[in-house]
Design a protein around this ligand. Structure first.
Ligand code: AMP
Length: 214
């Protein structure tokens, strides 16, 4: 299975991808995570992408499609891929079809996480992750069981994304509306879009996704 999780920033794509990895052994291909790793490592791609990401704008199609191409090629043929945060433009959607075909794969499903845009700023500005293992949390919706201690690895170090501030979030929302949402009709024509209520509890969203993939 090769699937796209689509939805605006804060819709829960990262959280649901992590669940799919755990439950089904799929691989999460998050261009945002790849770019953040490149920024951290100070690679040429990272140096180019950093300022764009800090503004909440989109990095070039060429950069992100190359990242997907490289990462997909390195995967075992029988492992399913979850595209998280990619494609985000019509050009990237075209690139993805070509990259999948080159690897003998095709797109099975596009799952749109439907969310109330007004709730997203709160969702995003409250989120943080374990600095050690990357487990995802939220100040109010999903805090660690013991305050200040990661449920998964017991680390006491956490971090927040620099672009998870209100001003940048608004730009990211606008980028989604203007450039990403318009790719949905093309997938709808192919009959591969399913919609899930992204405002439901994390476990409920996960069950709804599993039902679609079953
Ligand atoms: P994300 O973690 O998916 O929210 O991505 C964080 C930031 O990385 C975005 O605001 C963009 O600046 C950049 N980015 C991630 N994925 C893409 C993509 N597919 N196309 C362009 N820019 C991207």
């Amino acid at each position: 299975m090769n699937i796209i999780l689509l939805g605006p920033p804060g819709a829960g794509k990262g959280t649901q991808s992590a669940g799919l990895v755990e439950r089904h052994g799929m691989k999460q291909l998050s261009t945002g995570d790849m770019l953040r790793a490149a920024v951290k490592a100070g690679t040429p791609v990272g140096l180019q992408a950093k300022a764009v990401m800090d503004r909440g704008e989109l990095v070039s199609d060429e950069i992100v499609s190359n990242l997907i191409d490289e990462n997909l090629a390195a995967m075992p043929a029988d492992q399913g891929a979850i595209f998280d945060g990619y494609p985000r433009t019509a050009a990237q959607a075209g690139d993805l079809d070509r990259i999948l075909a080159k690897n003998g794969r095709s797109l099975d499903r596009v799952i749109e996480l439907e969310v109330n845009v007004d709730a997203l700023v709160e969702r995003i500005t409250g989120r943080f992750s374990c600095a050690n293992c990357g487990a995802l949390y939220h100040d109010t919706a999903n805090p660690p069981a013991k305050e200040g201690v990661c449920d998964v690895c017991h680390s006491t170090e956490f971090k927040r994304r620099p672009d998870d501030n209100e001003e940048t979030v608004r730009t990211r929302m606008e980028e989604y509306r203007a450039k990403t949402a318009p790719i949905l009709p093309g997938y709808e024509e192919r009959g591969i879009v399913s919609r899930v209520d992204g405002m439901a509890e994390i476990a409920e969203v996960a069950s709804a996704i599993d039902a679609i993939l079953a």
